[in-house]
Each structure stands twice: as C-alpha cells, then as structure tokens.
Ligand binder design. Structure first.
Ligand code: SF4
Length: 259
C-alpha cells in the first residue's frame, strides 16, 4: 500500500537521515494562495511577514516539477473541501507508517509541515507516542507553549521584518529552542552570539543540541532572495559577534543606508 498523504524517501535531506535508526515521512501541501470556494487560503500565517513564501522550499528540488506542484495542490484542496476524509486518510497513513518502521526496529519520524505551517502535529502527536514528530515553524509563540513530548520544533528565522527576527532570537535565549537560518553561501561559525551547526547534514532536528543556530544553505529560488529571508553574515563586531548586512543597516541606516 502506498501512502495517500505522506511521503517517505522523497526528500534529499531526510534521506540522509533515513537508515537503520530513523526514517522520516513528510507531508507536502501548497503553502500559499490556494483558492477554494472563492477564498484564498494560506497555510503559513507568517509567510508574508517573514517574506519566506518568495524563496520557499516549496519550489526547490522536486518541487520545481509541475506534477509535484499539482499533487500538493490536490492534497490541499482535499483538506479544504473534505477535512474529515483528509484527516482519516492522514491518520491511516501515520498508523501504517509507524507499524512498518517499528516492525523493522526503526524509529518513525514524521514532519507534517513539509511546506506548511499549520502546526496540526500539536494535536496529532499525542495520539502516536511511538513516533517522533518535528517541524520548522515561523510561529514564535509555539516556543513558549507546552508542546507534546514527542513533538520538536525549530523556529525559522527571517530578517524581512526586524521585529520578527529579534523575537525569534529572543525565543532562543528564553527557551533554548533552536532557530534555523538560511545563509546565502557558507555557514559562519556563530551568528548573533549563537553557535551554528550544519543543518544540511540531515533533517533529524530533534537530535540537535539546544540553543543553537541550525545553518542551512540557500537552495533553489532562495539563492537570489533579497527579502531578508536569506542572510548574509558579513560583519564581525569587535566582541566577535557575527551580524548580518541587514542587522547592520537596521542599526546604522545613516551610515550604511537602510534596506
Ligand atoms: S513558512 Fe515555510 S512553507 Fe510556509 S511559505 Fe514560509 S518557507 Fe514556505
């Protein structure tokens, strides 16, 4: 039986983590601007604020293929038009996936927000204590919430809005949650006073140490992003702290010119 909603082994980064210990299943939906019943539906509440829809991973890798985009749109329309049928199918997928992995002694991992920020794993994860759920999210308040034990989040950083960027950074300091930062070319050793780890090695975010920057290199359309979602960490302050071009311009607009 193939899965109706989740996919296994169709993401280059999760494949790196897939092996004898962990296998990840991901759900991909259409993140932005699905028109249903005359209304526009966005599954990522903060995408415009963070401007991440411009360089969203939705269009990177396999997401660049029309057939893949059509599949994501079809699933999103299914969820909007028939939520009970959609969640019944999703629950059936999850149950089968967990059973198959457990049979082989493998830890099943589930990332529902492959290309959305709905956060519905918060409600689903407690029903499947045998699986490890995880997501990247732009919803900062989730870092302060009491989340299910088997649900891990990594906040997703963006400087498209400096207040948002500072809230994410503060949440790392307050709660020990990690923040994922997309860097243009190469990863710095530290950013904003936090150690940077290589998040491209695998996708097993729940194994990361706490309070770090999960550094990712820009891919697909994101390589040309100039919204503030992709970071250029070009400034090292006298105390050794690494800042981005945008942070410097935000702080010293008279000298450097504002963005
Ligand atoms: S929140 Fe994630 S999935 Fe949604 S638009 Fe932004 S980058 Fe894409």
């Amino acid at each position: 039986m193939t899965y109706q909603i989740i996919g296994v082994g169709n993401n280059a980064k999760t494949i790196k983590g897939d092996g004898s210990e962990y296998v990840t299943a991901i759900r991909y939906l259409k993140p932005f601007k699905t028109v249903y019943n005359g209304k526009v539906h966005n599954l990522c509440a903060l995408a415009e604020k963070a401007q991440c829809h411009v360089g969203c991973l939705n269009t990177a890798g396999r997401g660049a293929m029309n057939a893949v985009q059509r599949g994501r749109e079809r699933k999103t329309m299914w969820m909007l038009s028939d939520p009970i049928g959609f969640y019944d199918a999703l629950n059936a997928d999850i149950t089968t996936f967990i059973r198959r992995q457990r049979k082989q002694g493998i830890q099943p991992c589930i990332r529902l927000g492959g290309t959305d920020d709905k956060g519905d794993a918060i409600k689903l994860a407690p029903h499947y204590p045998d699986a490890q759920f995880y997501d990247y999210t732009k919803v900062v308040k989730r870092a302060y919430q009491d989340l299910p034990k088997n649900y891990h989040i990594t906040l997703s950083y963006s400087e498209a809005d400096m207040d948002y960027a500072n809230q994410v950074h503060q949440a790392v300091l307050d709660t020990g949650v990690n923040m994922a930062v997309v860097f243009r070319d190469k990863l710095p050793a530290t950013f904003r006073g936090l150690r940077v780890i290589d998040g491209d090695k695998d996708d097993l975010r729940f194994l990361d140490p706490k309070g770090v920057v999960v550094g990712l290199k820009a891919k697909g359309k994101a390589k040309r992003d100039d919204t503030g979602f992709v970071i250029d960490p070009n400034w090292t302050l006298p105390d050794g702290t690494v800042w981005s071009d945008r942070m410097m311009r935000h702080k010293y607009p008279d000298i450097l010119g504002n963005v």
